[in-house]
Design a protein around this ligand. Structure first.
Ligand code: NAD
Length: 481
């Protein structure tokens, strides 16, 4: 049985679309049609923005509520999402190929963690400060919500990355129009049900799925006050140009090509650190922005590091994303598999040596599967080391001494994630400080809600998560007394 939705969640109701087009979603596991939803048209975004604007401007509405009252509503939303966790896991995994074990943690639990965290921050924060002046008077410095937020999310973590935006935005008192990616739409209807049940006032959260033109229309909409975007660097540059011209605040979480630096003293016993290595380099079928897909190995231990990653990749269970045992599911689409395979061909062409994988796994011919693949003898200037592949493909690059490791790690257009693997914590932290990226893990990589997350260089502008993200949805306002 296929899934079919006929409305959008706008202004607290299921609204009939202006659009007559439909988005059809295909299973990455089988290539079969899963169902369809309306494809948003500009008129649908107009209605959603108008609803968000009316909710924001309501003199007794969300933006004017006491932070503690907003926090209670956010906690109700977290509870409503908890109740729908199995539906969220099923919806996300069936659409984008994320293994259910990963989806359970990141797509059906992380949003609730964020909602409860930002509810707490909102409660604790003093939005008003009375500041004694130097000229006799004083100033009421108030932190006010920036307004209506256009939130654009990609398909790889559709629920978590939406929550990265709506959780701090809601705590700040903003209202939102969320545009999910066309690859992952069904889960957004589960979110809409939860928003409804939680009693979030009409118009505070509106959801209109659609493609890139619809995203561009939302970004440039005259009634949007801030844009929060996660996606590719190419789209991020376009959005930055528009927001620059419109002088519109924007947060951009873009691509990555991070380094996992194995230091010469690292303990590489797969039975002990296999899970951490997997999480830092191959999670979500290699379709995560921060993954350390460039493995930097000390020359003296090069063969050993290649063996460890070859063993790791070869040991992974490839399979249907809805199977509990699966560690590597399919690529999100046929197009994405073509992209990954074209990079594997480029790697071969550039003389890199495949130590495991490189093809399609047997027995899964119907879906968009690629074998977990490791390349040895990779030069950092090669396309597979410089460009974001977004698939389960690792490149092992040799270095000589810590300074060269840092130089190679920083020889990238990107600067989002990274990791350092060492037996010496202080040495790891000292090296992490020298890597030009927004985040680095020591002996693992696990983004935490309390810590700012984001990139430098072509990986983006601004930060999500942590108190820093709450500030990004607030603007200081001085009332001289
Ligand atoms: P994408 O840029 O093609 O699309 C992302 C979203 O933006 C989709 O909703 C799409 O419809 C919309 N969009 C595309 N072009 C747009 C435009 N010009 N204006 C407005 N909206 C537009 O990216 P994708 O292929 O769906 O996602 C994968 C990319 O996202 C990778 O590059 C990955 O690294 C990046 N990503 C980054 C982070 C991070 O936090 N830095 C997290 C996850 C994914």
């Amino acid at each position: 049985m296929t899934i079919a939705h006929d409305t959008f969640y706008v202004g607290g109701t299921r609204r009939n679309p202006v659009s007559t087009g439909r988005i059809t979603v295909t299973s990455p596991n089988s290539g079969q049609v899963l169902g369809s939803v309306p494809d948003g048209a500009p008129g649908d975004i107009d209605a959603a923005v108008a609803a968000a604007r009316a909710a924001f401007d309501d003199p007794t509405g969300w933006s004017q509520w006491a932070p503690s009252k907003r926090a209670e509503a956010m906690e109700r939303l977290a509870d409503a999402l908890d109740e729908r966790a199995p539906q969220l896991v099923q919806a996300v995994s069936s659409q984008n190929g994320m293994p259910v074990a990963v989806a359970a943690q990141l797509e059906a639990a992380f949003p609730q963690l964020l909602l409860r965290y930002y509810a707490g921050l909102g409660r604790e924060m003093s939005f008003d400060e009375n500041r004694p002046g130097l000229l006799g008077g004083s100033t009421l410095v108030s932190r006010v919500p920036v307004g209506v937020v256009g939130a654009i999310v990609p398909w790889n973590f559709p629920q978590a990355l939406a929550a990265f935006k709506y959780a701090p935005a809601l705590a700040a008192g903003c209202t939102l129009v969320i545009k999910p990616s066309p690859e992952t739409v069904f889960d957004s209807y589960v979110l809409a049900d939860a928003v409804d049940e939680a009693g979030i006032p009409p118009g505070v959260i509106n959801i209109v799925p659609g493609g890139r033109e619809l995203g561009a229309y939302l970004v440039a909409h005259p009634d949007i006050d801030k844009v929060a975007f996660t996606g590719s660097t190419a789209a991020g540059r376009n959005i930055a140009e528009v927001c620059g011209r419109m002088l519109r605040p924007v947060t951009l979480e873009l691509g990555g090509k991070s380094a996992a630096i194995i230091l010469d003293d690292a303990a590489l016993d797969l039975s002990r650190i296999g899970e951490q290595l997997f999480g830092a380099t191959l999670l979500n079928n290699g379709q995560a922005c921060y993954l350390g897909t460039r493995v930097l190995a000390p020359k003296a231990r090069y063969a050993e590091v290649v063996d460890v990653f070859t063993g790791l990749a070869a040991s992974l269970t490839v399979g249907d994303s809805l199977d509990q045992a699966t560690q590597i599911g399919p690529m999100v689409s046929e197009k994405q598999r073509e992209r990954v395979e074209s990079y594997i061909a480029k790697g071969r062409g550039d003389g890199a040596r495949i130590t495991t994988g490189g093809g399609r796994p047997r027995g899964f011919e119907a879906g968009w599967f690629v074998e977990p693949t490791v390349f040895a003898d990779v030069d950092n200037s090669c396309a597979i080391a410089q460009e974001e592949i977004f698939g389960p493909v690792l490149s092992v690059i040799a270095y000589d001494g810590d300074d060269e490791a840092v130089r190679i790690a920083n020889d990238s257009d990107y600067g989002l994630g990274g990791s350092v693997w060492t037996a010496d914590h202080d040495r790891g932290v000292a090296l992490a400080r020298r890597i030009r990226s927004g985040t680095v893990g020591i002996n693992g990589y696990l983004p935490d809600p309390t810590a700012p997350f984001g990139g430098v260089k072509a990986s983006g502008l601004g930060r999500e998560l942590g108190p820093e993200a709450l500030s990004a949805y607030l603007a200081p306002k001085s009332i001289y007394l």
